[in-house]
Write a new protein. Structure first.
Length: 483
């Protein structure tokens, strides 16, 4: 049965509630904005009038039986899955729930080491043992790509008792692995396949994008509609195909980790974003692709810059490519991506998604316009005219998988001590350190700290990168295992 995707059951119920001018003696305490006047004056009072609490007319995320249930069923149909669950703590909650739904303490899970911090935290929460596989590395661009079918075959052969495989679809920079063949291989061995599709929420709605996990039989996928689908920040969805994983187990796990006070602003934005993607997605995404293809072509005519794209397909670890990820290699300007990232914001009033040692990344999505694209291209032209060829670029060594000495969970709970970062070579890390974005850990609890890791952290500090999760905010010291 196909549902009417012009319907927005949750958003419609929220608007009906607002029309009634109900006198609130429940939470939240601002009472339709009366108790937060300065904020209401800036944002408009309407947004606070619909910032309400769970009640019978609006359903409850912990046990949805009416409008949330209907909205989730529409979301599941939109993505071709058996079930969907609304998430109000981002896709991080979904990734952790996927791992915890499959893995008990001591169970093995196969995953690439460049997974998001949420996956690493999922290892700590679940007690699962990671079997890390090395993603393919593009030395020229200085980035990790996808994983190969051969690397998955090897990992399964050595760990046939693994309970799950976690794949990233796509990576931050837009590359995808051959997920269809990996899923078929995993299912032959009774292994569940979980997909972090934080950056692939738009895949289902236009034929020019890579395939999504639900389209080819993946067991679970976590999708960030707020990243590429137009919903509000923190709003995501968890998708499930019945078979190896029971939906009641997933609901139980989510009720362990997700708030009981789910934001109706976030949930209703999911409802509206799903309607937009299903009913207008082809047209909207046609325009997105037109914009990003124009931008990529113009940037590739700027000396010193390289906007990489679908020409990468066929290289190791690149089965397909998401064109909306506008990655730009800036090494020809003699500057790191960190420096260009800061300059675009501080000198040109442009905020791109991230910078790394070699590149910057701009996300082109449903909200972009010709005007915004022109501003980015013009800024890059101006920057290139000033800096191209002025100094050589110093290339950094690309980090490979660190050695896991202790399981992430055991390391997290172990006794620890501080040592100076410069003296930490050979120690076992007691904490995670990462740049954010992208939120991919440089080192996690239980991994051996190498000289390369120390030198890379020192380089990141020199670039004024946004380093997170460590106990010492200056990173003069690092926590390691021991007393």
């Amino acid at each position: 049965m196909f549902r009417n995707h012009h319907n927005t059951p949750l958003f419609t119920a929220l608007k009906e509630y607002d029309k009634k001018n109900v006198i609130p003696f429940d939470v939240p305490g601002h009472k339709h904005g009366e108790g937060l006047k300065e904020f209401a004056e800036y944002t408009g009072k309407k947004i606070l009038e619909i910032d309400v609490n769970s009640m019978k007319p609006l359903d409850n995320i912990s046990n949805p039986v009416s409008v949330i249930k209907e909205a989730q069923e529409l979301m599941a149909e939109a993505y071709g899955s058996d079930h969907s669950f609304f998430l109000v703590n981002g896709t991080s909650t979904g990734v952790q729930a996927m791992i915890m739904s499959v893995c008990q303490p001591g169970d093995k899970i196969i995953l690439p080491r460049h997974a998001h911090k949420s996956a690493m935290n999922g290892l700590i929460l679940s007690g699962a043992i990671p079997i890390f596989i090395q993603p393919e590395i593009n030395e020229t661009l200085g980035i990790a790509m996808g994983v190969t079918l051969e690397s998955i075959e090897k990992a399964i052969a050595m760990n046939s008792d693994a309970k799950a495989i976690l794949l990233i679809n796509p990576t931050y920079y837009g590359t995808t692995s051959n997920i269809e063949q990996i899923i078929k291989l995993a299912h032959k061995h009774g292994i569940a396949v979980l997909l972090d599709e934080a950056h692939g929420a738009h895949f289902n709605f236009h034929h020019d994008f890579p395939i999504s996990g639900m389209q080819v039989g993946g067991d679970m996928a976590a999708v960030s509609l707020h990243k590429t689908g137009g919903s509000l920040t923190q709003s995501s969805a968890l998708l499930l195909n019945e078979g190896l994983i029971d939906h009641n187990t997933v609901r139980t796990i989510l009720n362990l980790t997700q708030t009981t006070s789910a934001s109706y602003l976030l949930m209703s934005s999911l409802d509206v974003a799903r309607k937009m993607l299903v009913t207008q997605g082809e047209e909207i995404l046609n325009n997105v692709l037109k914009l990003v293809r124009t931008a990529r072509e113009e940037i590739n005519n700027i000396s010193g810059l390289y906007a990489f794209g679908k020409e990468l397909i066929g290289q190791p670890g690149v089965y397909d490519f998401d064109e909306t990820k506008l990655g730009i290699n800036v090494t020809g300007l003699g500057m790191s991506g960190f420096k260009v990232y800061d300059m675009l914001r501080d000198e040109y009033n442009i905020q791109v998604e991230l910078g790394d040692s070699y590149n910057i990344l701009a996300i082109i999505s449903v909200g972009d316009t010709e005007k915004s694209i022109k501003a980015l291209v013009d800024a890059l032209k101006d920057m290139a005219s000033k800096y191209n060829g002025t100094k050589p670029f110093h290339r950094n060594k690309i980090l490979r998988n660190p050695q896991t000495i202790v399981s992430p969970r055991n390391a997290f709970y172990a006794r620890k001590k501080f040592v100076k970062l410069e003296n930490a070579e050979g120690e076992v890390s007691g904490e995670s350190i990462m740049t954010y974005p992208p939120g991919i850990p440089i080192v996690i609890p239980g991994e051996r700290i190498t000289r390369e890791i120390i030198d890379y952290i020192i380089f990141l500090k020199s670039q004024d990168s946004m380093l997170t999760d460590m106990k010492d905010p200056t990173l003069e010291y690092i926590k390691v295992l021991g007393v």
